[in-house]
Design a protein around this ligand. Structure first.
Ligand SMILES: NC(=O)c1ccc[n+]([C@@H]2O[C@H](COP(=O)([O-])OP(=O)(O)OC[C@H]3O[C@@H](n4cnc5c(N)ncnc54)[C@H](OP(=O)(O)O)[C@@H]3O)[C@@H](O)[C@H]2O)c1
Length: 212
């Protein structure tokens, strides 16, 4: 997503769905590229996202005016690119975040899309896209070279997959119920571990029975 939008060092990037598996990777990857990530998330996750590298964390449940909220968070610094994992009603106001003050920008607004957690339909004015030269990138995969670079960062410990909880594969229904409980303040991935490897890889990340 970051490469598709040609994000470079020093650029400010807004990441939606920042607490999820993809979002937590994007926050870290921004820092690895020298960019400055701003997270959009729900309450209770600020500390974890800041520890991962987020410069600011915007509580999406407490925003009515997105351009104003983002400007307040960034101290008025323009957002160079938005990495959008949620779609739905959030995408249009996040384009507004980038197009409000075009004269303050150093590059055209860039939007990478790779998810639709908030909805698969978004209404956007065509005129807003073409008059502001908004560049939109749909992303489902990268190149082999990019994958090798990612694995290198993971091996070095520079990029850390964020694991929230593990469940036995045979316990998949409990894992799904846990995943669907959006009231839990979880950050990162929920992982299923084959039963035969549970003691070695899963047990220390087990979900307490009370939360299932
Ligand atoms: N393009 C691809 O190839 C590809 C690959 C993997 C995943 N995906 C897609 O990318 C998205 C993220 O994947 P993931 O594995 O990171 O999912 P995830 O772990 O479930 O994270 C999604 C995050 O989105 C936020 N969210 C959920 N509902 C929302 C809503 N209604 N409005 C705003 N934010 C909402 C939540 O964070 P907060 O509550 O903290 O805001 C949640 O943690 C999914 O839509 C997935 O299908 C695409």
């Amino acid at each position: 997503m970051l490469n598709a939008a040609n994000v470079g060092p020093g650029e400010h990037v807004l990441v939606t769905g920042a607490s999820g598996g993809v979002g937590t990777a994007l926050i870290q990857l921004c820092r690895l590229l020298g960019a400055v990530p701003h997270a959009v998330s729900s309450p209770g996750k600020m500390e974890a996202l800041t520890a991962l590298g987020a410069e600011t964390v915007i509580d999406r449940t407490d925003v009515t005016d997105w351009p104003a909220a983002v400007a307040e968070a960034t101290g008025g610094r323009a957002i160079d690119a938005v990495m959008d994992l949620v779609g739905g009603p959030l995408t249009n106001p996040l384009i507004d975040v980038m197009t409000q003050r075009m004269s303050a920008r150093r590059s055209y607004p860039r939007l990478s899309i790779a998810g639709a957690s908030a909805g698969n339909v978004t209404k956007i004015l065509w005129t807003k896209i073409y008059l502001n030269q908004v560049q939109i990138f749909g992303v489902s995969h990268g190149t082999r070279a990019e994958a090798q670079r990612l694995v290198g960062w993971i091996r070095d410990g520079a990029l850390q997959p964020v694991l929230h909880r593990a469940f036995r594969l045979s316990d998949i229904h409990r894992a799904e119920r846990y995943f669907m409980n959006r009231d839990l303040d979880f950050v990162g991935k929920i992982v299923l571990v084959p039963d035969a490897q549970w003691e070695q890889h899963g047990a220390r990340f087990a979900a307490p029975e009370a939360l299932s």
